[in-house]
Write a protein that binds this ligand. Structure first.
Ligand SMILES: [Zn+2]
Length: 552
């Protein structure tokens, strides 16, 4: 292992068109167009994730703006080339993630920026990743510029979902369709990388990793990285199978049982334990799907081929859910398998699936009530919680990672109350913390507000204090906070770290000073909300997404 580990996916990011694996026709057409001096005002790169769209956008930007260009072989040494190679952007190349900047004001700001003449290079280039996430208004603003583009402006749009981009936009772009890679193509590239990186790996092992990466070279390289890190010596088939099968059967059944009982919190907690143990969420989904299919067959009276003990086990599990709910769960899984391939955050997609399945016992009760029947009884549904028709979206059993709350949102800060006997627990929290660990207390003192909310102790930081919040997210720090909170409140409290607008409310001012990475991290919740998976889940739950937070 080298002393500083650079992720393989990053290290092996293609830098010249010839390096693009599996996208020969894209590479050829682009190279020819540049060589012949035909430069379109806008390009649209579409295709699945992890196959080279963003890398191509950056190569194209370098090709167009290289000091020696426009050229198919940018020098890599001029200021423009170096800046783009280092950080994906330059003085005149502006990269924006459409998923977290989907609003009209984001689009306007970018368009305003590129409208001015280039400061140094040939073109002002706007790169917009995941452009399909734009709102209609944002698309309209973009369209207006595409209709009459200033001569020095070039747009490079990238998207995994072509069908979500208005035809009016698509028709004004030169489009390049990227394709998912085949298993032999990924295997070949992994073999090349393993050799160059001196990772001892058997051909069989590399093929297993290629199969698991489902068409995405980026995923394949990440898996190779993981395999190399986790194997001290040879990366062989057994080791790879082990890495890919980090799904604990007991936990998987626990996940099913919690969901079957409608216990959202337990289901999400179990899912978190599964993924924390190192299992890829996509793989968890695959295994969960396999389990549910076996349960469906058992419930349908044709148990799968298995040992008698295993059959008995499956029958017992299958009885935890009415047959029609298992059927519904399998159908939800089919949808999720489709979605998980397309989204950037498979974990969130799997969480949503689990929450939907955990909702099934309630739907059944509601159906019964609508039909004028008493809530279902019998062995299968007896484990479901009683119908809560008066408050079917009750929050108290709400999930822990993604909080879906009923439409009537609760106030952010609690109503002022008389301090309980024994003094204000928040003040006590500060005092105890101060006596335990000064550094942590100092970081906490930077919080905008600290207040209890049900069983949570919320610490909210202005986004300009994101660094303090991040420091507290450290495992040891968070455990200390939980211990101190428990002492101060006399009961277990969960520590919730949040960011919000800065004290003076001037987000724009802060945004200029903060690293882009910090802002995009803090905008993760915006991205989650705009995710189609989350949206459809919102419809199912008729809720609002108030926050996305990591389980501690
Ligand atoms: Zn150059």
């Amino acid at each position: 292992m080298p002393p500083v580990h650079i992720a393989l996916a990053r290290k092996w990011r293609p830098r010249v068109f010839d390096d693009l694996v599996g996208q020969e026709s894209v590479a050829r057409t682009l190279s020819n167009a540049i060589a012949e001096g035909r430069v379109a005002p806008a390009y649209l790169l579409t295709g699945p994730r992890g196959v080279g769209k963003t890398s191509t956008a950056r190569m194209l930007a370098r090709a167009l703006n290289c000091d020696k260009g426009p050229t198919v072989t940018p020098c890599g040494e001029c200021a423009s080339c170096r800046e783009i190679l280092e950080r994906g952007e330059s003085l005149d190349v502006h990269e924006m993630d459409g998923a977290s900047n989907r609003k009209i004001e984001n689009a306007r700001e970018l368009i305003e920026t590129v409208r001015y003449a280039p400061q140094r290079d040939r073109f002002r280039i706007a790169v917009i990743d995941e452009v399909h996430m734009f709102t209609t208004e944002a698309f309209n603003a973009l369209l207006k510029t595409l209709e009459e583009p200033p001569p020095h402006v070039r747009f490079i749009l990238a998207s995994t979902e072509l069908h979500k981009i208005p035809a009016t936009i698509v028709s004004r772009c030169q489009r390049f369709a990227f394709r998912a890679l085949t298993v032999p193509e990924i295997t070949a590239q992994l073999t090349k990388v393993a050799k160059a990186e001196k990772i001892p790996a058997t051909p069989g092992a590399l093929r297993i990793l290629a199969e698991a990466s489902e068409g995405s070279l980026r995923d394949g390289l990440s898996l190779l990285d993981q395999a190399a890190t986790l194997s001290s010596g040879q990366v062989d088939e057994a080791r790879c199978a082990e890495i890919l099968a980090l799904v604990d059967r007991g936990l998987l059944e626990g996940l099913y049982s919690a969901a079957a009982a409608g216990d959202r919190a337990a289901a999400i907690a179990t899912l978190t334990r599964l993924t924390e143990a190192g299992a890829d969420p996509r793989h968890v989904l695959k295994e969960f799907a396999a389990l549910l299919r076996r349960l469906l067959l058992s419930a349908a009276g044709s148990p799968p081929d298995a040992e008698p003990a295993e059959r008995e086990r499956l029958m017992t599990l299958a009885r935890a859910m009415p047959y029609e709910n298992i059927l519904r769960a399998v159908s939800l899984i089919l949808d999720a398998e489709e979605q998980v391939r397309r989204v950037d955050d498979p974990n969130l997609a799997v969480q949503m699936l689990v929450l939907k399945i955990a909702e099934l016992p309630r739907l059944r009760d509601i159906e019964g009530a609508i039909a004028g029947l008493p809530p279902s009884s019998g062995s299968s549904a007896s484990q479901a919680p009683p119908a809560r028709l008066e408050t079917p979206r009750a929050r108290e059993a709400g999930p822990r990672i993604v909080s879906l709350v009923s439409v009537e949102t609760e106030p952010e800060e609690p109503a002022p109350q008389a301090p309980p006997p024994g003094g204000d627990p928040v003040a006590r929290f500060h005092d105890i913390l101060d006596s335990r660990r000064r550094v942590t207390a100092a970081q906490v003192s930077l919080a905008e507000s600290v207040f209890p909310r049900a069983d949570d102790l919320v610490l909210r930081f202005g986004i300009d204090r994101a660094a303090a919040k991040e420091a507290l997210e450290d495992h040891a720090a968070k455990r200390l906070l939980a211990e101190v909170a428990r002492e101060a409140f006399g009961r277990p409290m969960r520590i919730v770290l949040k960011t919000g607008p800065p004290a003076d409310g001037d987000l724009g001012n802060v945004a200029r000073d903060l690293p882009v990475a910090t802002i995009s991290r803090e905008r993760a919740s915006t991205r989650a909300e705009s995710d189609p998976m989350v949206k459809s889940a919102m419809e199912l739950f008729r809720g609002e997404l108030t926050e996305v937070k990591e389980e501690e």
